[in-house]
Write a protein that binds this ligand. Structure first.
Ligand code: AP5
Length: 189
């Protein structure tokens, strides 16, 4: 069973919703860089102070900050001999993908599958407006989508070339999408 997974897709595609559920069912570490950064902001740490304004604008927090928090957790998970992990919202650009590749090589834990969740902008925007997180106003959502297209979408080709990409239609109910993701993970060699 594949248990080193990465969820890729635009804001509002449902990565967090599906990742949380799947990680809980399969006993995986759910590593969401967005959640980790929001926790730092809420705790008022130095890292949180550096990240807060950047997140409010819908831009990407510096690679160095994000990589540090991911490295800590993946190293701890590997040291504990623990099971797998599910990365959600990371990597976000090619530099992060390259750094992740190097870290996973060191840990001898390569990615087994990248699930790409895709959805029309109109549905994404409506979902995020309904949620109403502090970075979920229309102007910031549109900027997050631009940032996704410019910086994150190149990872689609990056992981396709490595034979890891599995696209999943992200429209429908949470249960329908969960079933498609389950098939994508278990139905691929
Ligand atoms: P992050 O927290 O990663 O946000 P995001 O990618 O913009 O993703 P979202 O949480 O908005 O969407 P999602 O796809 O997870 O969907 P969700 O399940 O929540 O990043 C936030 C910020 O942090 C970034 O802008 C950046 O500043 C910073 N950051 C994070 N990672 C970084 C990194 N690696 N490098 C640099 N900066 C980084 O669902 C959305 C809504 O839809 C929810 O209300 C949900 O209930 C609802 N929903 C889900 N599924 C369905 C469904 N099937 N039907 C109807 N509603 C649904």
């Amino acid at each position: 069973m594949k248990n080193r997974l990465l969820f890729l897709g635009p804001p509002g595609a449902g990565k967090g919703t599906q990742a949380q559920q799947l990680a809980s069912v399969r006993g995986l570490l759910h590593l969401s860089t967005g959640d980790l950064l929001r926790a730092e902001v809420a705790a008022g740490t130095e890292l949180g102070r550096q990240a807060e304004a950047v997140m409010a604008r819908g831009e990407l927090v510096s690679d160095a900050l994000v990589l540090a928090i991911v490295r800590d957790r993946l190293e701890a998970q590997a040291a504990s001999g623990g099971g797998g992990w599910l990365l959600d919202g990371f990597p976000r650009n090619l530099a992060q993908a390259e750094a992740l590749g190097q870290l996973l090589e060191e840990l001898e834990q390569p990615i087994e599958l990248v699930v790409l969740m895709e959805l029309h902008d109109a549905v994404l925007i409506q979902r995020l407006l309904n949620r109403g997180r502090t970075d979920d106003n229309e102007q910031v959502i549109r900027h997050r989508l631009d940032v996704y297209r410019q910086q994150t979408a190149p990872l689609i080709q990056y992981y396709r070339e490595r034979g890891l990409l599995q696209p999943v239609e992200a429209d429908g109910t949470v249960e329908e999408i969960a079933a498609r993701i389950g098939t994508a993970i278990d139905g691929t060699a």
